[in-house]
Each structure stands twice: as C-alpha cells, then as structure tokens.
Design a protein. Structure first.
Length: 256
C-alpha cells in the first residue's frame, strides 16, 4: 500500500510542477519575444507596445487577459498560432481586445495575426494603422464588433472566420471611411447582426464592398465625395437603416 500511495502522489504533483505561468503588463519599450516556454501569460494590466518596437509572440503561446485589460499596439505585433483569450472566463466582452494604435496618436500601428484565435473580447479595434488576418485565424464570442474599423484603419483579411459576435464588421464614423482588402475564404457566420454596418457618411477615399454573402447597411445616406471611389462587387446588397430599422431603399449621393 505504501508504494502504491507514493506512486499515485507523484502522478498528481509532477504535472503541476511542469506548468509555467508568467504575469505581464505595462509598456514594452524594446523589441520583445513572448516564448512558448513561459506560456501562458496572464495580462494583469494594460499592455502598450511603443512606436518603433516589435512584440513577437511565438507559436503555441496563450495570452489570458484579466477583466478590462487590453493590448494596444503603437509599434508592431506579430503573432503566429497564438491564443488571445480571457483569464478564467467565457463571458464575451470580458476584456476590451486588441487596439491598433489610436487616432490621436502620432504613430500608425501594425498587427499581424496568422493562424491565431481571439475570443471573449469586445472587439478588434483598428483605429490607426494596419491589421492583417490570415492563415485560418478565428475571431469568436465578442460582445461587440468582430472588426471595428476607424477612418485611419486598414484591414487585410483572408482565410479568417468571424463568428458569434454582435456585428461581424463595423466601419466607424470618424470623418471618412476606413478600408479593407478581402481575400479568399473569409467567413462571417452566426453573428447577432448578420450584416456589415457602415456608420460613416462620406466616402473620402477608395472603399470596397466585396461580396461576402451578407448585405451592407449604412445610416440614412452614403455620400461619395469628390475624392472618393466606391467599388461594389456584383451581387452585393446595399441598403440603409432608418431609426434603427432595416431595410430601406439605397440612397447614394455622388460628388457631395
């Protein structure tokens, strides 16, 4: 009996001894790599990646965010086969998400997620800079928008699924249009609002509406200014909502 007891005791204790856990927070002011050996990383407070600095996240790393804590990138974030999730919660919106810079900041951020998972956040906020999603990346279980794209934000997306969010994609009204480039195998499915919402009024640059199998809706009117170009794929449904109701006939003003 004594030998049996010791053997079972070792089976329980050894796995716990092998588990690493690293707390992380604050400003990243030098090029930094988060390694799989130190994963999971518990984000105990906001993380800010400074302009001119690259944060590289190794394959297999998991970042677990405490309630209300975000990752904001003024420099560069590169992640391959990485999980960004809530720490000990499965509630959508538990953490704010990843911010690509900020419109009042001088720096344009760059974020690349390849074959990665982001879940239980509010949104991916593309405020000033570029977000690239590729390689079977999955955004799921957000409380708000899968992609929240501002006027100075650009998204390049392919081989990516956005599911179980309030809206799959939201273009915010900040004085003009953000933009995106959509490649193959983009799936927007199972979201509460099954359409792409355009909340800005003026198309001031090039803006593309690719056919993703969902309609596009905007608020009341959409104006193509003298500097704007609206490119609409064949088969795309475009309409507007009035007083929060859908759908209404399309009204697009050119040269406003």
């Amino acid at each position: 009996m004594k030998r049996t007891f010791i053997f079972l005791f070792n089976l329980v204790v050894i796995p716990f001894a092998l588990v690493a856990q690293t707390n992380i927070s604050g400003t990243i002011s030098n090029n930094t790599t988060l390694t799989a050996a130190n994963s999971p990383y518990i984000v105990t407070d906001h993380i800010n990646v400074n302009a001119g600095v690259t944060l590289t996240v190794e394959s297999g790393v998991e970042l677990r965010f405490n309630s209300g804590k975000y990752l904001q990138v003024f420099g560069t974030l590169t992640a391959n086969n990485v999980t960004f999730t809530a720490n000990e919660s499965t509630n959508p919106g538990f953490w704010p998400g990843i911010y690509v810079s900020y419109e009042n900041n001088a720096s344009f951020g760059t974020v690349t997620l390849n074959n990665s998972l982001v879940e239980y956040a509010q949104s991916l906020h593309v405020r000033k800079g570029t977000l690239t999603l590729t390689g079977n990346t999955l955004l799921q279980n957000f409380s708000s928008f899968g992609l929240d794209i501002y006027t100075l934000g650009t998204v390049a997306i392919e081989n990516t699924t956005i599911r179980n969010c309030a809206y799959p994609v939201y273009f915010r009204d900040k004085g003009g249009n953000g933009n995106w480039t959509v490649g193959e195998n983009v799936m927007l499915t199972g979201n509460t609002k099954d359409y792409i919402f355009i909340d800005f009024r003026d198309v001031t640059g090039e803006f593309k509406l690719p056919d993703l199998g969902l309609p596009y809706y905007y608020n009341s009117e959409l104006r193509i200014t003298e500097t704007g170009t609206l490119l609409i794929d064949p088969g795309v449904a475009l309409g507007y909502r009035r007083h929060g109701k859908l759908p209404h006939p399309c009204q697009v003003y050119v040269g406003a």
